[in-house]
Design a protein around this ligand. Sequence first.
Ligand code: ATP
Ligand code: MG
Length: 363
Amino acid sequence: MSNPSLLILPGDGIGPEVMAEVRRIIDWFGAKRDLAFDVSEDLVGGAAYDAHGTPLHDDTMARAQEADAVLLGAVGGPKYDDLDFSVKPERGLLRLRKEMDLFSNLRPAQCFDALADFSSLKRDVVSGLDIMIVRELTSGSYFGEPRGIFEENGERVGINTQRYTTSEIRRVARSAFELARRRGNKVCSMEKANVMESGILWREEVTWVHQNEYPDVELSHMYADAGAMQLCRWPKQFDVILTDNLFGDLLSDTAAMLTGSLGMLPSASLGAPMENGRPKALYEPVHGSAPDIAGQGKANPIACVLSFAMALRYSFDQGAEADRLEQAVERTLAAGARTGDLMGPEGGTPLSTSEMGDAILKE
Ligand code: ATP
Ligand code: MG
């Protein structure tokens, strides 16, 4: 049998820097855990534009469709600010998400004990926090028609349409219930069924999937505004939060700040199951290309490392190895290793990107 395939797209800015540390960890799994991957690398974003005049070459797109999983660093940077919209680095990433039809965006918010004092909330509220936000990514008000800015009765009107179909809601709901079964077995679905028809349909369809396919998972519903409040008040009450594209955008950024630095946050975007039963998948850190620190060896590689841990878990069926990697990160932090983004005003000498990579490998 051939090894599982992993397409790596380091991208721009700190993308290649953090990805270099992940490459070392991937090599470690091959050498020490007998877990080898067929790794190939390609260009995306500004790097692809520089080489091919497009932020995502068709060949790269085809390779992404073929791969068991794609791991991406970051795209964009000031160098590309004046480019035409159609070739902007971000368009490369959007094309990947769209053509792979990655409708389910997973954003874990996990608070490592060593960083609990970094949260915007009190230590006892966040310490040990481990929740997962599942955000619908390919529909809703970011895509619904009609949309645009129009003239009407002598003034301008901006229109977006919140639109969801049964199948769009059911498929992302299934992805949330599947996840819950592997975690705390609880899903809380958030919408605004009190004021929005799309919210009423959302609630009905999620309930349908629950009753017919996942009755063993505990399901609750919350209005998204109340959910936002509860997320800040007592986030540990949640396990999996299931929500739409717009509310998910807000709620996942809110949850992110419970945990400390942007340099710590991984994500996965999943699509429909492939022939092997696993979903199409793209893994990437939540952070961007961080032009202010790019090229200086200061970036925290942990978000990208944890994105690879998600790939181990969700694309390669290696949950125990994913745990192993996450525990190594936890021990690394507990031992006091910090990149600059994880340091408070008391100062000290931060580790470089590769020193943080060394520390994780050692653990
Ligand atoms: P994008 O538009 O690509 O999402 P952004 O403007 O939202 O980018 P980021 O590139 O994510 O922002 O960076 C935001 C801030 O967080 C910057 O000051 C950056 O230096 C810092 N930052 C982001 N990622 C990391 C990281 N891995 N390690 C350290 N600092 C980081
Ligand atoms: Mg951003």
